[in-house]
Design a binder for this molecule. Sequence first.
Ligand SMILES: NC(=O)c1ccc[n+]([C@@H]2O[C@H](COP(=O)([O-])OP(=O)(O)OC[C@H]3O[C@@H](n4cnc5c(N)ncnc54)[C@H](OP(=O)(O)O)[C@@H]3O)[C@@H](O)[C@H]2O)c1
Length: 334
Amino acid sequence: MKAVTQTRYGAPEQVLRLEDLARPAPGPGEVLIRLRATSVNTPDWIAVAGVPYLLRLQGRPAGAVRGTDIAGDVAALGPGVDDLAVGDPVFGSAWASKTTRAGTFAEYTVAPAAQLIAKPASLAYEDAAAAVMSGLTALTALTETAPAREGQRILVNGASGGVGTFAIQIAKHRGAHVTAVCGPDNRDLVRGLGADRAIDYTTEDFTTGQDRYDTILDNVLNHPPRRALRTLAPGGVYIPNSVGNTGGLLAGLDRFAGAALLGRLGRADVRTTDAACTRDRLAALARLLETGAVTPVIDRAYPLEQTAAAVAHMLGHHARGNIVITMRPRPARS
Ligand SMILES: NC(=O)c1ccc[n+]([C@@H]2O[C@H](COP(=O)([O-])OP(=O)(O)OC[C@H]3O[C@@H](n4cnc5c(N)ncnc54)[C@H](OP(=O)(O)O)[C@@H]3O)[C@@H](O)[C@H]2O)c1
């Protein structure tokens, strides 16, 4: 199979290359998937670029295949998987799969069956792939970490990116009033997704404004957390949700840790969120996608051969929505 591998850290165009690899084999409880589409997420460019630099202490990447989001068809079942069948269209995540080198920047991947569900027929593979990590992160943040409620005022910082475009729609679907912070070129995009107010961060700093918010989902952490916390309404929740944007040794880990510490010290209600992929969460996301309550925003779809360009685009930090990678249909062979 064709797969994109990485042997050292650096600029995507310099460290990613297309190779022929053997297909991974599904172990107990796992599924081999013939991928039709995947997407690029923050953990992918972090792993490629090797930021925060602390990450490099874990050693050279040694031919790793990056990527986690899955939209494709079941190609084979590992022992013990009896609720999926070969040929089923599925979507989900290969994140934390124990199988070596089973990333999704490839024609085939392996994932735990517990992280896959049937792809709704009405959902295109590209949209399904775009939705997994970005959609699950926004969904978990706004339905579990700090459940959005009717009439609440919610601010999404980094509203025009992968997570932000889902967050706006999910918060609006739950009846909240949404303030979306983005760059000047994306104000129309976020308003079109339902945001009640768009703040252009180049002309207005939300941390110095008079408005107060019940929830702040901060996908950028470009402000010191103590300043963002000042804009919380009484009882409000701050969700720091960004690592990597600032590059360098710590790449924002310091701000993330600082926010968590302020929460521990009782200065505010600070809650971290995660995008762990479970069947229940995928099913909740699938319902939103099927009903049209939420529509993935796709900036651009790249063919697998151009994965390095796709990762470089994400590294620019200004993707409009999600970046997708598609696999050309090929005759079945190893
Ligand atoms: N908790 C989890 O499990 C989990 C999972 C996935 C991702 N994440 C985190 O979620 C964050 C967002 O991910 P994503 O996929 O949405 O990233 P993304 O698509 O790259 O989003 C970029 C966003 O940041 C904004 N931005 C860029 N530079 C900015 C600046 N200088 N000031 C203010 N805003 C700026 C962009 O606005 P414009 O383009 O409009 O300028 C855009 O809205 C990441 O930092 C990642 O660490 C967490």
